[in-house]
Design a protein around this ligand. Structure first.
Ligand code: MF3
Ligand code: CO
Length: 256
């Protein structure tokens, strides 16, 4: 069942979404050569606590990993796709890209967003990977209109990414969001006709999160049981926003 939110609930989700935005904005300003991914974690956790919010990821149980995630951020560098763990040993250097993903709950409502940030100068091909992935998210956001269907959202991401020569990760998907981090429906970045294709209605909120590889689509999980990487070692990009369907069109809750 897809839970629809009232305008008052959307206002609460907006507050959570704007906090996530402020955190990611701060981390984007912090990212540069010599900064560690644990530095980002420390700054993010402080902002979450200072705002009176709770981290959505820290302590979140993931059956496939066999445990609770230990950090407020996922920091996935270069060929890491998602769920990279912050570490004092991971020193960012020019030419890297780092996906920073975080979620919070505020007054019982969740926000979740991610951005992939280049460190110093990155190659032309990597710049194109980031641009195409972020464009695919914007195209998906524009499909978040009452009367459209879920496959309209999934399909524009898939078409934009594949027509630009990159590949869509299939093992990880976006999700509904509200009073839980993960609600129905799943939001793949591709159309699979075996899935249901519900009509979008006012009050639905989806966390749309294209995960795109420069090379082959396959991923594997590292022995730490969390970090997903591209099998072929190619770079991966990840962008995410929470988007509500409203009478006035799409409302991106995690963007000012
Ligand atoms: N943005 C991701 C998601 O929505 C991050 C979850 S990390 C986890 O699934 F550890 F909390 F699972
Ligand atoms: Co998410």
């Amino acid at each position: 069942m897809i839970i629809r939110k009232s305008p008052a609930e959307l206002e609460k989700m907006r507050r959570a979404g704007l906090l996530v935005h402020e955190i990611l904005k701060h981390l984007q300003e912090m990212v540069s050569e010599g900064v560690t991914t644990l530095d980002l974690e420390t700054a993010a956790e402080k902002m979450i606590r200072d705002a009176g919010a709770k981290p959505a990821f820290k302590g979140y149980f993931v059956p496939a990993a066999g445990g609770k995630y230990p950090f407020v951020l996922c920091t996935s560098v270069n060929h890491e796709v998602v769920h990279g763990m912050p570490s004092a040993k991971r020193v960012l250097k020019a030419g890297d890209i780092v996906s920073v993903d975080t979620g919070v709950s505020l007054e019982g409502y969740f926000g979740d967003s991610a951005v992939t940030i280049p460190v110093g100068e990155v190659s032309e091909q990597v710049r194109r990977l980031l641009r195409v992935t972020s464009e695919s998210l914007d195209l998906a956001i524009d499909q978040m209109r009452a009367g459209n269907r879920l496959f309209d959202v999934c399909g524009v991401v898939e078409r934009h990414v594949t027509s630009n020569g990159f590949s869509i990760v299939r093992e990880y998907v976006g999700h509904g969001i509200g009073t839980s981090l993960h609600e129905e429906p799943q939001v793949p970045n591709y159309v699979d006709r075996r899935n249901e294709n519900p009509r979008l209605k006012e009050g639905m909120v989806l966390a749309i999160e294209p995960m795109v590889n420069a090379g082959r689509p396959e991923t594997k999980v590292m022995p730490d049981r969390w970090t997903a990487v591209t099998k072929d070692g190619s770079y991966a990009a990840h962008f995410e926003h929470c988007v509500a369907v409203t009478a006035n069109g799409p409302w991106v809750l995690t963007r000012p």
